[in-house]
Structure formats: structure tokens, C-alpha cells
Design a protein around this ligand. Structure first.
Ligand code: NDP
Ligand code: OXD
Length: 316
């Protein structure tokens, strides 16, 4: 590669058509979907979503990996992941989508959308007891970029908000808890649990029956509610079903699942207490995300540090 040659961007995705990403990246950089062999010297950056395992392992001039999503667990599953910085998405557009999803689902559970849809189906005209937002505590697991934005919007809508994170955090008007010791007190004070954690070895399977049992059940909603838009492997699908069956949970909104796409045979599909979206809470829109990636590449080449770099030890 010539000294002031920018090199090429390798775009490696599975599960969706990367055409728009390719076209938008190509406006500024040479882009390829395949390297010219395992040690292609022309590749300087990789932009990835669930890249093919070992694809990046021996590219000699790879300078950084850009995740197409905010989560990076899809990158860490690669056994041949090279030791270069990984940049994740932190973006207003993505945050806005997630904030909308959380507000939508919380309001729907608080205003008893499931009950009213069931009543409509049977042409039943009956007003149940209602509770204002201020009577409901929403607990957000993961007080990061997305969790904090959701917390601010829920506060503005009148809900009480609790937050749980790995390290100690303070946030105006939010009751914050952290670490293993803070988890049960956080759950005991929560009526609607919103999961916005990254998937790491520490968080895998955390949303299980034992955890759900700690949620407050005697509340204005008539039961505890789970909303998971983090990652599917944070939860145990079977434990959610068990919790719904025995009343530990009243309802759930699930955007993510242990196996995606959710198999057609999964009993989650037809459970009356579950609202399902297909990992669509906050979509990564290339129209908003490509330009910041290109700007970061240019800034990095001018000697500036990369932003939103993943902490490899923490795994997020
Ligand atoms: P951040 O990295 O900004 O925040 C992560 C939060 O989780 C932080 O508060 C962190 O604690 C906390 N956390 C991490 N590990 C633990 C742990 N072991 N115990 C307690 N808290 C922990 O991530 P984002 O807010 O940007 O994104 C969160 C996740 O949302 C992504 O990783 C992704 O999986 C998911 N996502 C889902 C989408 C969808 O469409 N369904 C779209 C986009 C993202 P601390 O503050 O102490 O570091
Ligand atoms: C993400 C996602 O991590 O869309 O951004 O899941």
C-alpha cells in the first residue's frame, strides 16, 4: 500500500443486505465486501455486523473495526478477532429510536394496552382501574447511553425511575443502584423492568426466574412487567414463560430473543401476555451512521483519538 493511500474499507455483514451501507461508504472510500485473500494489505478499516469468523484475523494493515450497532457482542464471538480498536455506535438517531421504543412499551403496559386489545377483540366495554405514571417505578438495567436517555424521557412523562449499572452512577431524580449488591434492592423497588444491558460473560442469562421474582408485584399495575431491548441471551426465554404462567410477571415486551429470528415453534409467539417485535427497537440507519464513521476514519488519520472505543476487558 502506498504511504498516503487511504486503503480500503472491508464491509462484512451477515443477516441483511448491506447495499446502502456500501453505497454511502463508497462516496468517500474504496469499499469491498471481500478481502483479496486472508492477508490483503489494502484493508485499513472493517465495518461489521456479525462478520464472518476469522475474516479479520490476519489483515496486516487493519487499523480499526467499526460496529454497525451499539452492541458489540456480535464482534466478540469471532475467534480470530485481531487486537485493533473497536468503535461502537453512539448516535442521536439510534438513541431516539430506543427512547421511543421504551416510552411506547412502558406507556402501553401502564395504560393496559394488552387488556384493551383483548377487550376490543371480544367487544367488551369496561374501564379497569387506572394508575397515573407517578404511581409506577420503572427500573432500567444498564444506565449507559441508551438507558440514560430513556430514563430522562420517562421522568419527563411522570414515571418514577430507578437505574442499575456496573459502576456507581448519579443522575438527577433517578434512584441509582450498582453492582451485585445493588441488584436486589433495585429490583425490589421496580414495577416495570427495562433491560438495556450489553451482552457480556457477566450479563449472559441475567434475566432469569430468580431475578424476575425480586420485582415488585403488589403495585398499581397489578403485576410486574418486563421489557427487554438489550440482547436475547441476557434472558432465559423459558423462565419468562414460567414467570408469566405463575404470576411472577404480568406482561412482557420482548424485542430480542435467545435465538433470532425467533423460531416459529417458540411458545412466546402466541402467549397473550407477550408483545413481540423482531429486534427492531432501535435500527442502525446508514443514512445517519455512515457519515460519523467516515469522519472518525479521517480524524484518526490526522492523529486524533477514536471516539466510542469499546473496553475489551469489560466487553462493551
Ligand atoms: P452502554 O455501553 O452505553 O451502556 C451499558 C450499560 O450497562 C452501562 O450503564 C453499564 O454500566 C451497564 N452494564 C454493563 N455490564 C454490566 C454489569 N455486569 N452489571 C451491571 N451493569 C452493567 O451501552 P448502550 O446504552 O449504548 O447500549 C446498551 C445495549 O443495548 C447494547 O449493548 C445492545 O446490546 C443493546 N441495543 C439493542 C438494540 C435493539 O434494537 N434491540 C439497539 C441498540 C442497542 P457502567 O455504566 O457502570 O459501565
Ligand atoms: C445494536 C442493535 O446493537 O441494533 O445497535 O442491536
Amino acid at each position: 500500500m502506498a504511504e498516503n493511500d487511504q486503503g480500503r474499507v472491508l464491509l462484512s455483514v451477515t443477516g441483511f443486505n448491506p447495499r446502502l451501507w456500501f453505497d454511502l461508504l463508497s462516496k468517500n472510500r474504496e469499499v469491498t465486501l471481500e478481502p483479496d485473500g486472508p492477508d490483503d494489505p489494502s484493508i485499513t478499516y472493517a465495518v461489521v455486523w456479525k462478520q464472518r469468523p476469522n475474516l479479520l484475523s490476519s489483515l496486516p494493515n487493519l487499523r480499526a473495526i467499526f460496529s454497525i450497532g451499539a452492541g458489540v457482542d456480535h464482534i466478540f464471538t469471532d475467534p480470530g478477532l485481531p487486537d485493533v480498536p473497536i468503535v461502537r455506535v453512539v448516535d442521536e438517531n439510534l438513541t431516539q429510536y430506543m427512547t421511543e421504543y421504551v416510552l411506547w412499551r412502558v406507556l402501553d403496559h401502564q395504560r393496559q394496552g394488552m387488556l384493551f386489545r383483548a377487550q376490543q377483540k371480544r367487544k367488551i366495554w369496561r374501564e379497569p382501574a387506572q394508575r397515573p405514571a407517578g404511581d409506577i417505578a420503572v427500573g432500567i438495567m444498564g444506565l449507559g447511553q441508551l438507558g440514560r436517555a430513556a430514563a430522562r424521557t420517562l421522568l419527563a412523562a411522570g414515571f418514577r425511575v430507578n437505574g442499575w449499572s456496573r459502576s456507581e452512577k448519579t443522575m438527577t431524580d433517578v434512584a441509582t443502584f450498582y453492582g451485585d449488591n445493588g441488584l436486589v434492592p433495585f429490583l425490589n423497588a421496580t414495577d416495570i423492568l427495562v433491560v438495556l444491558l450489553p451482552l457480556t460473560p457477566q450479563t449472559t442469562g441475567i434475566v432469569n426466574y430468580e431475578l424476575l421474582r425480586e420485582l415488585r408485584k403488589r403495585n398499581g399495575l397489578g403485576g410486574a412487567v418486563l421489557i427487554n431491548a438489550g440482547r436475547g441471551k441476557l434472558q432465559k426465554d423459558a423462565d419468562i414463560l414460567r414467570a408469566l404462567e405463575d404470576g411472577t410477571l404480568k406482561e412482557a415486551s420482548l424485542d430480542v430473543f435467545e435465538v433470532e429470528p425467533l423460531p416459529r415453534t417458540s411458545p412466546l409467539w402466541s402467549h397473550p401476555g407477550i408483545f413481540i417485535t423482531p429486534h427492531a427497537a432501535a435500527t442502525s440507519d446508514p443514512v445517519h451512521l455512515v457519515q460519523p464513521m467516515l469522519e472518525q476514519m479521517a480524524a484518526f488519520e490526522r492523529g486524533e483519538p477514536l471516539q466510542n472505543v469499546v473496553d475489551r476487558n469489560a466487553g462493551y
